[in-house]
Design a protein around this ligand. Sequence first.
Ligand SMILES: C[S@@+](CC[C@H](N)C(=O)[O-])C[C@H]1O[C@@H](n2cnc3c(N)ncnc32)[C@H](O)[C@@H]1O
Length: 406
Amino acid sequence: MSEHFAYPVGLRLSGRRVVVLGAGQVAQRRLPALIAAGADILLISPSATASVEAMAEAGEVRWERRRYRDGDFEGAWYVLITTDDPEANAAASAEAEARRIWCVRSDDAQAASAWTPATGRSEGVTVAVLTGEDPRRSAAVRDAVVEGLRDGTLAAPRHRARGPHVALVGGGPGDPDLITVRGRRLLAEADVVVADRLGPRDLLDELPPHVEVIDAAKIPYGRFMAQEAINNALIEHAKAGKSVVRLKGGDPFVFGRGMEEAEALAAAGIPCTVVPGISSSISVPGAAGIPVTHRGVAHEFTVVSGHVAPDDPSSLVDWAALARLRGTLVLLMAVEKIGAIAATLVAHGRAADTPVAVVQEGTTPGQRRVDATLATVGERAAAEGIRPPAVVVIGDVVALSSRDHG
Ligand SMILES: C[S@@+](CC[C@H](N)C(=O)[O-])C[C@H]1O[C@@H](n2cnc3c(N)ncnc32)[C@H](O)[C@@H]1O
């Protein structure tokens, strides 16, 4: 038993000499972690892979282009033997043993005095797995643990108090698989989640029962504006020591009022992390088969809010300038005003037969797409009963994809 059981330990190698014999694939895989640990690395090998050579050129390792010689381990704390010369390996291993230096051998694990675990990192946690003689199993266990930590499916709450904190998390367009790994982990660690109507609602069903889920639309706002009431709710829960996630649709900073929340938190002295999300402005057209750019067709795409009618004095959008662009226009929050917007674009010179697609509830089971032109989209959208949330895509890229996306 004891022959197969290794005692795990974390070596602090910063500034300490580590000698690596051989500069092939194994060395290439091991060196980055040694470099990251700040080791003083001496590499001994007549030749090296291109990647190892690049590390030497960058000054990350000192490379002596020669074979192993007795005495090379003078002053070393740790040794990795990775050459495919059995005699040199055995002699080097004997030198390490005689000098009482822990030594890893890639050719013969049983002859080595140390084993390299399969390692991975996630948010300050190092995972190291040893299974003795089955490196693939070690790697598989490592992958499972690191993946679980990253996406939050392996709950590992932090026990040292972090102080009040809010994460503004972009939840993506709606499909629960389209949140980022970081967003999902923060969600899994949250005590309180303040969520919008848009975004991946399904993820909320997965949260453990102790998590308080607050619907942002239902926060009572009495003497405040709705947004102010949401800001106050975030601040209060964070001050009460809860780990708070503000889950938003798409990306928090694309028509999401994310910056207003970040500013309110900053004013209250509460640290806030912003986690980007996949914006519906690109992903919803993509889910319906429409690329927002295409070589030879569109060299730009412009994302515009259609919330305010073109003739409204409070509008900040220069519709005349947009009408002159050749590229793709992507309109968000435009269902209600689409007829007026299309007419304005045509009045300012965009061709009336420019293809348009309206994609409702993109990336969700309810996704549907209606195709039209600038001349017909107002009528078509109304006749088809298009409802928000929907993204409107205007431009020749729309014609690239087949029109039978339902
Ligand atoms: C207040 S904006 C928020 C945008 C969000 N921050 C983003 O980056 O996607 C809401 C608008 O996004 C669009 N939208 C968001 N999710 C959508 C989806 N799954 N399908 C279609 N449109 C969507 C609609 O135009 C909706 O009116």
